[in-house]
Ligand binder design. Structure first.
Ligand SMILES: Nc1ncnc2c1ncn2[C@@H]1O[C@H](COP(=O)(O)OP(=O)(O)O)[C@@H](O)[C@H]1O
Ligand SMILES: Cc1ncc(COP(=O)(O)OP(=O)(O)O)c(N)n1
Length: 311
């Protein structure tokens, strides 16, 4: 690497002791994509594949000091935020991003862990919308997070589009509403419904099988996963094969970290989003099957595939 320019990315997020999400997933992803990773930890979670059993937030000033320390010395080409936990941390983080004038900012508005643990206090949603979203180049909510930000239920792809427009008006240049939680027709679906078949964005597709809840995925019968992108004018849909697996812990963190890595390398956001989708697709497909619950994704998979296809 000597002599080459090194791209640098900062993650501002919570620690996941299990290593599948949060800071750990972000740093692994940066490393796999040849980006030098730095971190500002906002909270320590006690977590494994079975769930979150403890959350210890740091004082807002601790997050701010970490950001100042790396920002003033090492420099930051792109930054992402993940678990921010409370309004004080959001305000402190937003103030530092503003002071440094960082523009390649990805906001992953982490709210609730798969097992239901609160990773963002409800009183902090307003601060997220008013302080942080205006600073974002890209915001990457999953469907339940988009519902909270937009203040509406998302049941269909049309709802998702409407929610994307509402979130876009809060300031981010690009909104990506991820489709991992899609219950069958573009939204979270109706838990307990009978099979439904709808006209999806990319043609006819079968809906859920009636037992998929918001935090259980991989068994819906949906053949596709579709991420919806809105740039303030146009919609784009990125679709991939939906992998039927419970090992999806940290998919959102990993996707947004891969996107941040692309931005750190200077890629235009739409290109970085496509690579991030490929990265997470490989990470879900090449399952590690670790732990006794929702296992982590495979952060090695993308690089290994690239190496094989280069032979
Ligand atoms: N079962 C799956 N198969 C393929 N891709 C998936 C699957 N679940 C999620 N993804 C992808 O992982 C990324 C994260 O999406 P999502 O799971 O909705 O976010 P979060 O982890 O924040 O809840 C998205 O790009 C989504 O398309
Ligand atoms: C410390 C920490 N940050 C974020 C999350 C949520 O991760 P996400 O990628 O949204 O994945 P799931 O929670 O859906 O597995 C977390 N669990 N811990």
């Amino acid at each position: 690497m000597t002599g080459l320019r090194i791209s640098k990315a900062l993650t501002i997020a919570g620690s996941d002791s299990g290593g599948g999400a949060g800071i750990q997933a972000d740093l692994k992803t940066f490393q796999e994509l040849d980006v030098y990773g730095m971190s500002a930890i906002t909270a320590v979670t006690v977590q494994n594949t079975l769930g979150v059993s403890g959350v210890y937030p740091l004082p807002p000033e601790a997050a701010a000091e970490q950001i100042r320390s790396v920002g003033s010395d090492l420099g930051v080409d792109a930054v992402k935020t993940g678990m921010l936990f409370d309004a004080g941390i959001i305000r402190a983080v937003s103030a530092e991003i503003r002071k440094f004038g960082w523009e390649r900012v990805v906001v992953d508005p982490v709210m609730i862990a798969k097992g239901g643990a609160e990773l963002l206090r409800q009183e902090a949603v307003l601060a997220l919308k008013e302080e942080l979203l205006p600073l974002a180049l890209v915001v990457t909510p999953n469907i339940p997070e988009a519902e909270v930000l937009a203040g509406m239920a998302i049941r269909t792809m049309q709802d998702r589009r409407e929610a994307a427009k509402i979130i876009s008006a809060m300031g981010p240049k690009l909104v990506v509403i991820k489709g991992g939680h899609d219950g069958g027709d573009g939204g979270v679906g109706n838990v307990g419904n009978a099979v439904n078949t709808v006209n999806g964005a990319n043609g006819e597709k079968a809906g859920n099988d009636g037992h998929e809840g918001i935090y259980e995925r991989g068994d819906s019968g949906n053949m596709e996963v579709v991420d919806l992108i809105y740039n303030g004018g146009n919609f784009t849909e990125l679709s991939g094969k939906r992998i039927p697996t419970v090992h999806t812990h940290g998919t959102g963190c990993t996707f947004s970290a891969a996107l941040t890595a692309g931005l750190a390398k200077g890629l235009p956001a739409p290109e970085a989003i496509v690579i991030a989708r490929d990265f997470i697709q490989a990470a879900i497909e090449d399952v590690l099957a670790l732990g006794h619950g929702h296992g982590p994704t495979n952060h090695w998979a993308y690089r290994r595939r690239m190496a094989v296809s280069a032979r």
